[in-house]
Design a protein around this ligand. Structure first.
Ligand SMILES: [Cu+2]
Length: 301
């Protein structure tokens, strides 16, 4: 496995909106790397896109990133070269940007920052990678072992009436996660770009690779619960939650019932309404073609 500062996930960066940090990176792996700061608005040369804006960091090399946080919410960092190997092996971490506005988020008792990942094991060991190229679809492969916050079977305790806020990032290379907590109530409050325009009660939330979701989970009674990932074929237990009879203070149950609207997002979307209603100035057709490497040469068909 690989880890930023030796841990999987890497350290959670908790920063204030409007702040700036400097990150010194030394590449201790045997592959070229960069660090991409997923979702953040920052200077192009620090975005970690290899060859486009910056040369890769070679094994043993160093680079210093200067990162700004103009927007609140949940973001993450990972390599942007051979993610199929190095991100799969553990190079990822969460970034939590605290809002400047005090009531940006609804009240919750507790934050839990969790990466959702999977790892492919064959005969009890990590399945081999190609040294020279990405040999699975897109950015990697499906795994058969779930890693929640880097752990195979994490367990949490909560109190009755507690509103727990998981900050979820799908750091898997290919897997789409559908996440829920049967028996508890869930409210979607945030996503890729800070809070959502309209909060909603949900039974579960779907996260494609790289997507984030911020959900408030209300445990209104004591008992054993599980954070689950459901696929059409099976259900994976991602974490166990034991809710004790002790009451959470202060009570937040009433506020949990409120579905809030984000005025800045309503205003932003309303700016687009005129464009969406307008007839197109021009209609373009795009034709995409791709060689099929598996197809026989034309003469043999
Ligand atoms: Cu990314």
């Amino acid at each position: 496995m690989l880890g930023y500062n030796g841990s999987i996930p890497g350290p959670t960066l908790k920063v204030r909106q409007g702040s700036e940090i400097v990150v010194h990176v030394t590449n201790g792996t045997d592959l070229d790397t960069t660090v991409h700061w997923h979702g953040l608005r920052l200077e192009n040369r620090y975005d970690g896109v290899p060859h486009e804006t910056r040369a890769p960091i070679p094994p043993g090399g160093e680079f210093t990133y200067r990162i700004q946080f103009p927007d609140p919410g949940l973001y993450w960092y990972h390599p942007h070269i051979r993610e199929d190997v190095t991100q799969e092996l553990g190079l990822y971490g969460s970034i939590l940007v605290d809002p400047a506005e005090p009531d940006y988020w609804p009240p919750a008792h507790r934050d839990v920052v969790l990466t959702l990942d999977d790892l492919l094991l064959e005969d009890g060991v990590i399945a081999p990678f190609s040294r020279t190229e990405t040999n699975y679809a897109a950015m990697g492969r499906y795994g058969n072992l779930m890693l929640t916050g880097g752990e195979t079977a994490p367990a949490f305790a909560a109190r009755a009436g507690e509103v727990v806020r998981p900050w979820l990032t799908n750091t898997a290379n290919s897997r789409v996660f559908r996440v829920g907590v049967p028996g508890a109530r869930m409210k979607l409050v945030g996503g890729d770009s800070g809070r959502v325009e309209r909060e909603e009660f949900i039974a579960d939330v779907v996260l494609a690779p790289s997507e984030r979701a911020v959900v408030d989970v209300l445990f209104d009674r004591p008992g054993e619960f599980a954070l689950e990932h459901r696929t059409p074929n099976r259900t994976y237990r991602l974490a166990a939650i034991t809710v004790t009879g002790e009451l959470a203070e202060p009570p937040l149950t009433e506020q949990f019932e409120v579905l809030r609207t984000a005025p800045e997002l309503v205003a932003e979307r309303e700016q687009l309404d005129a464009w969406l209603a307008a007839p197109p100035d021009e209609v373009l057709a795009i034709v995409a073609e791709m060689d099929d490497p598996g197809a026989a040469p034309a003469a043999d068909r």
